[in-house]
Design a protein around this ligand. Structure first.
Ligand code: AMP
Length: 307
């Protein structure tokens, strides 16, 4: 079943412990789409500028991603500058140039209207809400955000959250959103803001899903990786694997959600092995399957009846 994603399609200028890169392809919607494309059909709504070339577009289209909803505007593409220190879980934003996103009004191509799943990847919350309102019939809405929007667009974000079924954010964002230093309490508070489930990503330590109906939370570790080359997009590739698998399965029962958390972790683990979309571009279903099995070995154990 198709997923429609709205979010940033971007250029990133980055510094990680493994090197520096200038204006490489990035963006929340880009990472999400590439990752989800291994599970189902993805359609993107967004905007790029005149500096976005056919070569950049080919990274998406060569994975079969539908880019008819990516508008070309005059001006430059969204450009984000970020840096990671020894703590690869926490990006420091150096600059955020919204550029063409500043005056963007999302238009949904007619061919996208039958999309069953909607993912509101990170971008201004008003744009997320606008797309959500234009897609009233979707079966499931996932969403993401970041510190910047929690800080400067809180009211707009809270309105958007009313329309989100599953929110995926990281530890720092969860605590900031809930204004609480306890992660578990923050999760409880966020689950009163609209979403019925909340995935909190812990970077290299994994991810936990909490449920509004009081069911047991489920936590998956991240794959232990010796060298994280570039953590950018880990959250978005997690979301792509998570929502992608839910869309492929076409149901949201407990077992499916647990598998979706593992597929999210699998896709994030690939993404951090190289800069930009370099790793996500050329994966094979066999490699994804193999890594999924590694997660089983990493976490599987028997209940000890004899103790
Ligand atoms: P993450 O999964 O959190 O590492 O997301 C990284 C991507 O988010 C980068 O490729 C950036 O282009 C994009 N990004 C950074 N800041 C923003 C922002 N304020 N709004 C939308 N996208 C952003």
């Amino acid at each position: 079943m198709s997923i429609l994603v709205v979010g940033s399609v971007a250029f990133d200028t980055l510094k990680t412990p493994f090197g520096e890169r200038t204006k490489i392809l990035g963006g929340a919607a880009t990472y999400f789409s590439l990752s989800a494309s291994y599970f189902t059909q993805v359609r993107v709504v967004g905007v790029v500028g005149e500096d976005f070339t056919a070569e950049h577009e080919a990274v998406l289209t060569s994975r079969g991603i539908d880019v008819r909803g990516i508008e070309r505007a005059s001006g430059n593409t969204f450009h984000w500058g970020g840096e990671y220190g020894e703590n690869v879980n926490e990006a420091q934003t150096k600059f955020t140039d919204l550029n063409v996103f500043e005056n963007f009004v999302p238009k949904i191509p007619d061919a996208y209207e039958d999309s069953k799943y909607l993912f509101l990847a990170n971008i201004q919350p008003e744009l997320q809400l606008d797309v959500r309102r234009k897609m009233p019939r979707v079966a499931l809405v996932g969403g993401d955000t970041m510190n910047l929007w929690i800080d400067i667009k809180r009211a707009e974000l809270l309105e958007t959250l009313q329309q989100v079924d599953i929110l995926l954010i990281n530890d720092g964002e969860a605590k900031l959103l809930a204004s609480d230093h306890s992660l578990v309490r923050s999760a409880k508070k966020i689950l009163t803001m609209g979403p019925r489930a909340l995935v909190i990503k812990h970077g290299e330590y994994g991810a936990t899903i909490f449920f509004g109906d009081g069911s047991h939370p489920f936590r998956a570790p991240a794959l232990p990786i010796a060298e994280v080359h570039d953590p950018t997009g880990a959250g978005d590739s997690f979301a792509g694997g998570f929502v992608g698998y839910l869309a492929k399965a076409g149901r949201v029962d407990d077992a499916t959600i647990r598998k979706a958390v593992i597929y999210g972790s699998v896709m994030a683990s690939f993404n951090v092995e190289d800069f930009s979309l370099n790793r996500l571009k050329g994966l094979s279903p066999a490699a994804i399957k193999q890594r999924y099995r590694e997660f089983k070995h990493l976490t599987h154990f028997e209940v000890d009846e004899e103790f």
